[in-house]
Design a protein around this ligand. Structure first.
Ligand code: BMA
Length: 352
């Protein structure tokens, strides 16, 4: 092929890449280089002792940055509440500031990921309302809440579609719906719906957002919980290769470090195998040790547990400003702050 033809065919293929493809390609590059990005939920919205002013339009404060001088490379946010048309999400973050801060993070070169803790459409309760096993059935086609639920999906899609740079380009985000479904604490959990119903819920979500609405900025992430997971359980409710771009796991430390390390190793080993077979990138989509009572947790427990795995990122959960013990990243003066600084300085770990 003539050089010009090669160049134009390359240019053509680059132009035809969707925002989601571009994000996947850049995540794959990081994994190829052996790097792991650090992420933190709600990082720019609030921290252990502060919350963004309601009229703030700059997104520069961060517990993580206050401790180590850099921002997390991955910024996690949650859509919970968007389905009702609320102004604020379930943890009090204004959706407008979530969008603006995500954009600021993206423009600094960062990656954005969304989880979703929607209300329970059948009972009116929250995501954790597991009083009925009929909820997933009720939102599927012909279910009594189907129409309502499609409206909920449309509000979520409107919001995800509105992530655009000033020149109108769609901002890619990792979208992680129906997470931790191998446990039974959310209305879409394992004991709350059948395998077929869960798969149908995922397919309905995917078809609506991608086919009906044409959203091309979503990287679809599948993230079971780590507890008691086997390869069979991990894959039991697999929506299908075409509807998943990345695989993850949510794994927290509750007891001894050895127990956490073993649980994480079990899950990551399964994911390496599944990732190879299905050609999917891996991530530790949620992790942490609430209150970080171990001063050397970062380099002593977390890093040894992940360093030999090709995970694109590891995200620790939020630092609630209204629950003093509910935090998963350090703040200046917290017992594990020095160790976190050492963790952030590791060559393999990517901050921004
Ligand atoms: C949970 C807790 C809750 C929060 C929810 C959604 O793990 O942090 O306080 O409302 O996540 O962010």
């Amino acid at each position: 092929m003539a050089i010009s033809a090669v160049i134009s065919s390359c240019a053509g293929s680059i132009e035809s890449m969707t925002p989601a493809d571009e994000l996947l390609a850049s995540l794959a590059d990081g994994v190829k280089d052996g790097k792991i990005m650090y992420g933190h939920q709600d990082d720019l919205m609030y921290g252990h002792t502060w919350r963004l002013d309601a009229d703030a339009s700059e997104y520069v404060q961060s517990d993580v940055k206050d401790v180590c001088g850099s921002y997390p490379a991955v910024y996690g946010l949650d859509l919970g509440g968007i389905e009702l048309g609320n102004d604020r999400n379930l943890d009090g973050n204004p959706f407008s500031q979530m969008r603006a801060s995500a954009l600021a993070h993206y423009e600094r070169g960062g990656t954005v990921t969304f989880s979703w803790h929607p209300r329970n459409p059948l009972t009116g309760g929250d995501s954790w309302d597991i009083s009925s096993k009929e909820v997933v059935a009720s939102v599927l086609e012909e279910g009594q809440c189907h129409e309502l639920f499609m409206e909920w999906l449309s509000r979520a899609a409107d919001y995800l579609e509105s992530f655009r740079t000033s020149d109108g380009r769609a901002v890619p985000v990792i979208f992680r719906p129906w997470h931790e479904h191998t446990g039974s604490w959310f209305w879409w959990g394992r004991d709350l719906c059948t395998v077929e119903q869960y798969k149908a819920l995922w397919k309905m979500t995917y078809d609506y957002m991608v086919s009906d609405r044409g959203l091309d900025n979503l990287v679809w992430s599948y993230s079971p919980g780590a507890g008691g997971v086997t390869e069979e359980i991990y894959m039991e409710r697999w929506p299908g290769d075409a509807m998943v771009d990345m695989i993850g796991v949510d794994c927290y430390q509750y007891g001894p470090a050895e127990q956490y390390a073993a649980e994480l190793k079990n899950a990551l080993d399964i994911m390496v195998k599944v990732g190879q077979e299905h050609k999917k990138l891996l991530a530790l989509t949620e992790t942490g040790y609430e209150g970080i009572p171990d001063a050397s947790w970062w380099t002593g427990v977390l890093y040894p547990a992940i360093k030999d795995y090709p995970v694109a990122y590891v995200l620790t959960w939020r630092n609630a400003c209204d629950q003093p013990g509910h935090f998963y990243a350090p703040w200046p003066g917290q017992d594990s702050a020095d160790d976190f600084k050492a963790f952030s300085a590791l060559d393999q770990m990517i901050f921004m």
